[in-house]
Design a protein around this ligand. Structure first.
Ligand SMILES: *Cc1c(COP(=O)(O)O)cnc(C)c1O
Length: 416
C-alpha cells in the first residue's frame, strides 16, 4: 500500500485516538529511523522511552531470532527459562525481592495497585487499621486502564470515563504540608514517580520523597514508585529512586524493559509479596519466553556496553548544552532531568508545538509534554555529536523565532 492509501485506510478503520505525524517509518539503525523514502531521522524519543538500545541492535535481533525458533509463548501454566533469569537480574538491581510479569506499563501499575489494596486487607486481618485510600500526585501519570487512569491526575484522561475507581486523592506535587495533611491511617499507599515523565520531567524533592517514606512507615502503608519511564537505567541508575537512597515497597517497570517488545514488571518486598496466592492475579501473555529472553539480553547489553554510565555522561552534556542555549534564548525558561531523561521548558505552548514541528523538518524526533515542555528520551546509545546536531537545530529555530517576534509589525506591513 502507498502512504496515502495507508493514511486513508487508518482514518476509516481505526479509532481516532492518535494524532500521528505524517511520516511512514520502514526501518531503523542505531539512533536513526528511516522513512519509506529512505530519509533518516535522529530519534530523541525512542518510541516514548522504549528503544533503549536504539534500532537493530544485534543483541536484540539475534535473541529474537534464536528465541522465536525455540518458544514464543507458553502461558503461565508451565515453566520456561526466562522468568527466573530475568527476575534474578531485576531483584538484584532494584533491591526488591519478588516479581510479577505482565505486558505493559499500565498493566504493571494495575498490579501494583491491586497488591497495595490486597496487602492493606491482609494487614487489617492482622489487626492493623490500614485503610484503602490511595494518595497520588498532581501531574502524575500512570496509564490508561481504569485503576491507572484513576490515579492519573489530568482531568482529560479521567473525565470521559467517569465514574473512575474511588478512593484516590491527589497531593500537590512536592508539597510536604499537603502530603502530611492528606495522609492518615486510611491510606494504603502513596503513589509517586521519582521523576514525573508525562507531567513534564519533574523530579521529586529529596524532602518530599523522604517525607512520603517516613509517613508510609509510620502506619505500615506502602510507598509505590512508578519507574515505567525513568527506570531501567535511563537516568544513569537502574531506578530513579536510587538517586535519592530511598527504597520503595513496590515498583513498576515497563517501557525499555524488553528493548521494544511489550513487557512490564511489578516488583515488591518479601513482606508485601506474602499477600499473593495462586489465582489472585495473572496474565496470559505476561512474562512470555520471547519478551523475557530479550529483556535479559537488554540488561546484559546495558552492562556489557556500560550504558548507564554513558547515559549519565551524555545526559549531563545534553543538559549543559541546553543550559548554554538558555543563556542565549529567553524562551527557554528551565532545563532539567537526569541522565537521558531530559527536558527544556519553553515560555509558551505554541512555541513548544512549533519547536516539535520545526525539529521534524530538521529530521529530529522530539515531543512536547505538559504543554510547554520539550522532552528528550533518546536511546541510551546517543552520542555527543547527536546532541550537538540537536542543539544547533534548536538554536536556529529559537533565533528565527526571536527575530520574528522582535519585528511583529512586519507581517502587518505586508498586508497593509
Ligand atoms: C508510559 C507510562 C505508563 C503507562 O505505560 P503503558 O505501557 O503505556 O501502559 C505508566 N506510568 C508511567 C510513569 C509512564 O511513563
Amino acid at each position: 500500500m502507498k502512504f496515502d492509501e495507508i493514511r486513508a485506510a487508518e482514518e476509516r478503520l481505526l479509532l481516532s485516538t492518535y494524532n500521528r505525524s505524517p511520516i511512514l517509518f520502514t526501518g531503523g539503525e542505531g539512533v536513526y529511523m528511516t522513512d519509506e523514502k529512505g530519509e533518516r531521522y535522529l530519534d530523541l524519543l525512542s518510541g516514548i522511552g522504549v528503544n533503549a538500545l536504539g534500532y537493530g541492535h544485534p543483541a536484540i535481533v539475534e535473541t529474537i531470532a534464536r528465541q522465536s525458533r525455540a518458544l514464543i509463548h507458553i502461558s503461565n501454566l508451565y515453566y520456561h527459562e526466562g522468568q527466573a533469569e530475568l527476575a534474578m537480574r531485576l531483584t538484584e538491581r532494584t533491591g526488591l525481592d519478588r516479581v510479577f510479569f505482565c505486558n505493559s506499563g499500565t498493566e504493571a501499575w494495575e498490579g501494583a495497585l491491586k497488591l497495595a489494596r490486597a496487602y492493606a486487607g491482609l494487614k487489617r486481618s492482622e489487626g492493623a487499621k490500614t485503610g484503602t485510600k490511595f494518595l497520588a500526585l498532581e501531574q502524575g501519570f500512570h496509564g490508561r486502564t481504569f485503576g491507572s487512569m484513576s490515579t492519573t491526575y489530568k482531568e482529560k484522561y479521567r473525565e470521559p470515563f467517569a465514574p473512575v475507581v474511588s478512593g484516590v486523592e491527589f497531593v500537590r506535587f512536592n508539597d510536604v504540608d499537603d502530603l502530611r495533611a492528606k495522609f492518615s491511617d486510611e491510606v494504603c499507599a502513596i503513589l509517586v514517580e521519582a521523576i514525573q515523565g508525562e507531567g513534564g520531567v519533574r523530579p521529586l524533592t529529596q524532602e518530599f520523597f523522604a517525607a512520603a517514606r517516613a509517613l508510609a512507615n509510620s502506619t505500615g502503608a506502602l510507598l509505590v514508585v512508578d519507574e515505567i519511564q525513568a527506570g531501567m537505567g535511563r537516568t544513569g541508575k537502574w531506578c530513579a529512586y536510587q538517586h535519592y537512597g530511598i527504597q520503595p515497597d513496590v515498583t513498576t517497570l515497563a517501557k525499555p524493559l524488553a528493548g521494544g517488545l511489550p513487557l512490564g514488571a511489578v516488583l515488591c518486598s518479601e513482606e508485601v509479596a506474602r499477600v499473593m496466592h495462586a489465582g489472585m492475579h495473572g496474565s496470559t501473555f505476561g512474562g512470555g519466553p520471547l519478551a523475557c529472553a530479550v529483556a535479559v539480553a537488554v540488561i546484559d547489553t546495558l552492562e556489557k556496553e556500560n550504558l548507564l554510565a554513558h547515559a549519565t555522561e551524555v545526559g549531563d552534556y545534553f543538559q549543559q548544552q541546553l543550559r548554554a542555549l538558555a543563556t542565549r534564548h529567553d524562551a527557554i525558561v528551565d532545563v532539567r532531568g537526569k541522565g537521558l531523561m531530559v527536558a527544556a521548558e519553553l515560555d509558551s505552548a505554541d512555541l513548544a508545538q512549533a519547536a516539535v514541528a520545526e525539529m521534524l523538518k530538521h529530521r529530529i524526533l522530539i515531543n512536547c509534554t505538559s504543554d510547554t515542555v520539550l522532552r528528550f528520551l533518546p536511546p541510551y546509545i546517543l552520542e555527543r555529536a547527536h546532541v550537538d546536531t540537536t542543539i544547533a537545530a534548536l538554536d536556529q529555530f529559537l533565533a528565527e523565532h526571536a527575530a520574528n517576534s522582535a519585528a511583529p509589525s512586519q507581517g502587518g506591513q505586508i498586508h497593509g
